[in-house]
Design a protein around this ligand. Structure first.
Ligand code: HEC
Length: 140
């Protein structure tokens, strides 16, 4: 086999591989996961609660996390909330927590808002946080 033919065959195989990945990507786009789908664990929310007690409670009362400012993120990718918290909070020392701790805190916020816990932890990965939509159930 000439190297040119081998190269063409390899190219075809690679093209097929990429094609399959694109199909999976499209399926995920059709039904984006939301915070109603059990995207964090109870243990993770408990870690977040401890961070809240230690770092956030001096400025934000617990019921603030179910109030209008947090609710305004409804329908947006979870990454937006992560980004604003991780770059601007705690206000007296922004960005001072680890990425994992900010994500644990988000898990606690989800729990406070009655969103269900699930089997696996909320990931710190940017692409995963961009996928998941912050979504309230329909309630008055
Ligand atoms: C030193 C005080 C202080 C601390 C500590 C603090 N915050 Fe804040 N935070 C504020 C103020 C002030 C605002 C502006 C909104 C307001 O007044 O309610 C704010 C806003 C926010 C917002 C809304 C952002 C937006 O624009 O939608 C979130 C979410 C938030 N804080 C989360 C946290 C978390 C999580 C922690 C702990 C890691 C924390 N804050 C610690 C003072 C603080």
């Amino acid at each position: 086999m000439s190297s040119r033919v081998a190269g063409a065959l390899l190219g075809a195989v690679l093209t097929l591989g990429v094609g399959a990945g694109e199909v999976r990507g499209q399926e995920e786009e059709e039904a984006p996961p939301t915070t109603q789908d059990g995207v964090y664990t109870a243990e993770q929310a408990e870690r977040g609660r401890q961070i809240y007690m230690r770092v956030c409670s001096q400025c934000h009362a617990l019921d603030w996390y179910t109030g209008e400012i947090v609710r305004a993120w409804n329908g947006a990718p979870l990454y937006g909330l992560f980004e604003v918290i991780s770059t601007s909070m705690p206000q007296d020392n922004p960005g001072s927590l680890r990425r994992r701790q900010y994500v644990d805190m988000i898990a606690y916020i989800l729990e406070l808002n009655g969103m269900p816990a699930g089997e696996s932890e909320l990931s710190t990965g940017t692409s995963r946080l961009r996928q998941i939509l912050f979504q309230w159930s329909d309630r008055p």
